[in-house]
Design a protein around this ligand. Structure first.
Ligand code: OXD
Ligand code: MN
Length: 601
């Protein structure tokens, strides 16, 4: 395959999109010598190139064309059934010592790991095309913006990276010609998609990622979890900023006053829905806008935290997405979208469980088998995904490209908890807020392989993504607080609390605006709250519940603190901290003691 549109940037005498930076060229040649591809394709990210790659992918059954009247410019990809989610057990951080990665990461020794991966990559691209993707994470004029290169033998990866990142010339321009410029080296090969040869390895000291044996998004779109979070968090600590698994949203009042918030929820807990929330009719004139739905990089400016979204698109969970749960997402994914592992209806439309309307009478499921509503299997995989450009989002925030970022008024932590944790509460101060984040827990979802529905501690929703020792990460959060003269307020939310009969107590989705409004009121100093052992809690009349069809008993229940449940929770916090083996900062241990003491008052 020849590059259909050999670009001439930069004019370095080679006549294609190769960068001027010799270090990049040397690295690409080294990987090519190892993997022995049939040819090398330098991606420029142009429309023409994209159309060419889509046409090739359709010919080779990497993509299936959807009904272009129903979902224009959209396609479906089916991954290998053994390769449908992130694989935390095969994800490694490779540093000289095990202590550097701490107890929450899989560690492997760098030299040995490089040798093993080189062995797996030897000749791996024979007969295949090697794509080189230059990409940029962050707006062009942000000091936080990072450059990465991903080498891959998967067209699907190229098509996704074009949506998820700023790809091509823009990245090369930003990189420039300085041999010491910072850039990430990412190498990906599908190999033979064998779970026994599947490794996602990070070498933070070398700014290097090597991922083999998978074709699934979170394992292979190296810009996302690998660079923006694992390597990103390592760089953030070194360079005094924060790389977080958070959405960023703007809330504007009818008077035009605007606040920005960042929120960390574990995978598949509704970050995308929350980031695209449409306020209910009662909140006429209020507007929620999206800056980001998954990743947030924050820096200190004038004593405040400012956030950017380093991504350029959304890689969201499809099942459950509907005009009821997320109208903005539905509009966004109605065109120019790449679907992965959803079902194909007979009319050529994409279908998934939870989509509006009746299920089709017949469809082809995510595995490529016949499916009817009587089938026991799901038509779409629970972790099926859409990849869609952020510009498709009707609620995209106008400041999404602002290099300095948006000022953050509040940080929200949250998880999926059937019990114990109330709808919303506010921390007493920054250190207490860090404690809320550090002890966050959630019932597991299909976003990662493994049991679903088990409560696991997931500090700041970063358990699978923190690229270094989690104790040092907690300390980094505490230290960042010292640099903030106007720190954001910190809250905890739980949309998922259930009543005695197992029913959800809170309607969620757009109604979460009511919680958001209380949070904004607290930021403005106008919201009422009661002091409780766990933090500042709204009383039912502090929340605007007008025009909400909810039983008063439910409200009391969802805001309630059950002392017995909290004794168990306190014990679980202790157990979690103990399990980390002496790395938890003293200040957080003190926070736990203070929390326990407040329950005795
Ligand atoms: C994601 C995840 O894909 O968190 O965003 O797993
Ligand atoms: Mn995520």
């Amino acid at each position: 395959m020849k590059n259909p549109a050999p670009a001439i940037f930069p004019p370095n005498g080679i006549g294609d999109t190769r960068p001027a930076n010799q270090a990049v060229l040397d690295w690409v040649h080294e990987i090519a010598a190892l993997t022995e591809p049939e040819n090398i394709f330098w991606c420029d990210g142009s429309d023409r190139e994209n159309e060419f790659l889509i046409a090739e992918s359709l010919k080779q059954n990497v993509l299936i064309k959807l009904n272009q009247k129903k979902v224009p410019h959209s396609n479906l990809h089916r991954s290998d059934p053994n390769d449908v989610a992130r694989v935390e057990q095969f994800t490694f951080v490779c540093t000289p010592t095990k202590e550097e990665v701490g107890p929450t990461n899989n560690w492997s020794e760098p030299k040995e790991t490089y040798a093993k991966l080189r062995g797996l990559l030897k000749g791996a691209m024979r007969g295949r095309t090697m794509f080189v993707i230059p990409y940029m994470m962050g707006p062009p004029d942000s000091p936080l913006t990072k450059i990465g290169f991903e080498i891959t033998d998967s067209k699907y990866v190229v098509l996704n990276m074009r949506i998820m990142t700023r790809m091509g010339e823009i990245a090369l321009k930003r990189l420039g010609n300085d041999p010491s410029a910072e850039w990430n080296r990412g190498t990906h090969s599908l190999l033979d998609i064998n779970p026994e040869r599947r490794f996602i390895c990070h070498f933070p000291q070398d700014n290097t990622i090597i991922s083999v044996g998978s074709g699934y998004g979170g394992n292979v779109l190296l810009s996302k979890k690998c660079l923006a979070l694992r390597i990103g968090s390592y760089l953030a600590r070194k360079q005094a900023w924060l790389a977080e698994h958070m959405l960023i949203l703007g809330v504007e009042s009818p008077e035009g006053k605007k606040h920005y918030l960042a929120a960390a929820f574990p995978s598949a807990c509704g970050k995308t829905n929350f980031a695209m929330l449409i306020p209910p009719a009662h909140f006429k004139g209020w507007k929620v806008t999206t800056v980001g739905d998954d990743i947030c990089w924050m820096q200190v400016r004038d004593g405040r935290l400012y956030a950017i979204n380093p991504e350029n698109g959304y890689f969201g969970v499809v099942p459950g997405t509907s005009y009821k749960s997320n109208p903005n997402a539905m509009r966004a994914i109605s065109h120019d979208t790449l679907y992965t592992n959803v079902a194909l209806a007979d009319d050529g439309d994409a279908w998934w469980e939870g989509k509006d309307g009746d299920p089709p009478q017949h469809a082809i499921d995510w595995r490529g088998n016949d499916w009817t509503p009587a089938s026991k299997e799901k038509a779409a995989h629970p972790n099926s995904r859409f990849t869609t450009p952020m510009r498709n989002n009707p609620a995209l925030d106008p400041d999404v490209e602002k290099g300095e970022g948006v000022p953050i008024s509040a940080i929200i932590f949250g998880g999926r908890r059937s019990d114990t944790v109330p709808l919303v509460y506010e921390s007493f101060n920054w250190a207490h807020g860090v404690y809320l984040g550090a002890t966050m827990a959630s019932e597991t979802t299909a976003a990662a392989t493994g049991a679903v529905g088990r409560v696991r501690r997931d500090p700041m929703a970063m358990l699978p993504f923190c690229g270094y020792n989690i104790g040092d990460y907690f300390q980094h959060w505490l230290d960042m607080g010292k640099r903030l003269t106007h720190p954001p307020l910190i809250f905890n939310v739980n949309w998922f609390r259930k009543g005695v009969k197992g029913q959800f107590l809170w309607p969620g989705f757009g109604e979460n605006m009511r919680v958001l409004k209380w949070i904004i009121d607290r930021c403005d100093g106008t919201g009422g709250a009661l002091k409780s052992p766990i933090g500042w809690l709204p009383s039912p009349h502090d929340l605007d519940l007008v025009e909400l069809d909810i039983d008063h008993k439910c409200v009391a229940e969802i805001l309630g603190i059950d002392h017995e449940e909290w004794q168990r929770e306190l014990a679980a916090h202790k157990e979690f901290f103990d399990s980390l083996g002496g790395i938890v900062p003293e200040q957080l241990l003190e926070q736990r003691e203070q929390l326990a003491a407040r329950f005795m008052e």
